[in-house]
Design a binder for this molecule. Structure first.
Ligand SMILES: C[N+](C)(C)CCCC[C@H](N)C(=O)O
Ligand SMILES: O=C(O)CCC(=O)C(=O)O
Ligand SMILES: [Fe+2]
Length: 408
């Protein structure tokens, strides 16, 4: 699994001290065995458990709600049986003990709930806010290149689950991953993606194959350069993963640009926390309006440029597409100038040459891009260039990773 070396380097240098502590702690927790001695105190509205480094507060309704006895919880389906709506909101245990590494509560009426101390510690708010949901290695071009990540190989990828697991681990850590040696067809590209996920059908199709023919009302279908961006920012839920496979290019240019949006966001958080906050708190709108002979679409998606989990401030999604950003009318005038200044600082960071990873996609090389994290762009090109690919449903990619016991 993850080693401290993989986890360490960059994240640690990049983050403010309090964040560093969180991340180190998050890593350490993966291996810590919890201290065996536990003490508790019963307070008016919660039970305070001292076990491990930080006191943990457990609300009484929460404790009854999370009872793992057979009548409260079905361990076969991993679903709650208990009707939360029927718990007395003023419930308190009649009796509380710690026995054999378990907290044992007897409720009025006699029902007994038992929780292992490890489970409580693992699931406490205090722990959750300290650890990252998904460990990542943030990168600039140098860091990614030096990491020297091996691409998965088509044959092995199609037949060996371990190869898929390794691939997913790289994907989770870096937000990009490659499979090499794939036959240059739409069918083979589809087969590769189905090793890890379901395909997300959109207005562009299920599997799409496109060239510079202006068949759709979007600049992607031209030979022009495209600045770094996330796709489908105009969806309420932007597509989680983008897959590209260049089936053919007879001409010049057309290299793919990749930039780690999370790396740049952490830089911004470090340099100008208040600007980071503003981008994270201010909703903006993206829009896709298409009105051609064959296609009529009007989509809008609203959300901040940087999305963070509210309990631990971890960045989980970036919406950044200057082409598709629509009229800004969600920001009051006294904040708008500050928003543009914050947007400019983030843009400047994203555009630093050292943050740009350029790759030439060639037939056989399939790239998976975390579209919530890593931005893509392309260099202008000449000649016939044919790209195929698809979007994947994020839930299924992450589910596949978790089923391999990866942290996602
Ligand atoms: C990938 N494919 C060519 C099918 C679609 C391109 C979508 C382009 C759009 N401006 C966006 O950024 O979402
Ligand atoms: O042509 C490319 O390399 C990518 C274009 C693009 O941004 C897209 O299709 O989403
Ligand atoms: Fe794109």
């Amino acid at each position: 699994m993850l080693t401290s070396a993989m986890f360490g380097t960059l994240y640690r240098n990049l983050l403010p001290a309090y964040k560093q502590a969180q991340l180190l702690c998050g890593f350490r927790n993966a291996q810590t065995t919890w201290r065996s001695a536990a003490t508790f105190t019963l307070q008016e509205d919660c039970l305070v458990l001292n076990y491990g480094d930080t006191p943990m507060h457990f609300n009484y309704v929460w404790l009854r709600d999370h009872c793992r006895s057979a009548s409260s919880y079905n361990a076969k389906t991993n679903q709650r049986n208990l009707d939360t709506g029927s718990i007395d909101l003023n419930i308190r245990p009649d009796n509380t003990t710690v026995e054999d590494g378990h907290l044992v509560l007897t409720w009025p009426g006699g029902h007994v709930s038992k929780y292992s101390l490890g489970w409580l510690a693992e699931n406490s708010y205090e722990r959750k806010k300290q650890v990252s949901v998904q460990p990542r290695i943030l990168w600039n071009s140098d860091i990614y290149t030096k990491a020297n990540i091996a691409s998965a190989k088509w044959d092995k990828f199609m037949s060996c689950d371990d190869e898929v697991k390794k691939f997913l681990q790289n994907y989770l850590l870096y937000g990009i991953a490659f499979v090499d040696g794939v036959p240059a067809t739409v069918e083979a590209t589809e087969a590769v993606t189905q090793r890890v996920s379901l395909i997300r059908e959109t207005t562009y199709g299920r599997m799409w194959c496109f060239t510079s023919d202006f068949s759709r009302g979007d600049t992607a279908y031209s030979q022009l350069a495209l600045d770094r961006h996330t796709d489908t920012s105009y969806f309420q839920e932007p597509c989680g993963i983008q897959v590209f496979h260049c089936l053919k290019h007879e001409g010049t240019g057309g290299r793919t640009l990749l930039v780690d949006g999370f790396y740049a966001a952490e830089k911004l958080r470090q340099q100008s926390p208040e600007k980071f906050e503003l981008l994270a708190r201010t909703p903006i709108r993206h829009e896709y309006i298409e009105n051609t002979d064959n296609h009529r679409n009007h989509m809008t998606g609203v959300g901040p440029l940087v999305n963070v989990y509210p309990w631990n401030n971890e960045v989980y999604m970036i919406r950044y597409n200057n082409y598709d950003r629509s009229v800004i009318n969600t920001i009051p005038h006294d904040a708008l100038q500050r928003w543009y200044v914050a947007h400019r600082e983030y843009t400047t960071e994203l555009r630093l040459p050292e943050n740009e990873l350029w790759v030439k996609l060639t037939p056989g090389k399939v790239i998976f891009i975390d579209n919530w994290r890593v931005m893509h762009g392309r260099e202008a090109f000449t000649g016939l260039r044919q790209l195929c690919g698809c979007y994947l449903t994020r839930d299924d990619v992450l589910s596949a990773a978790r089923c391999f016991d990866l942290q996602a």
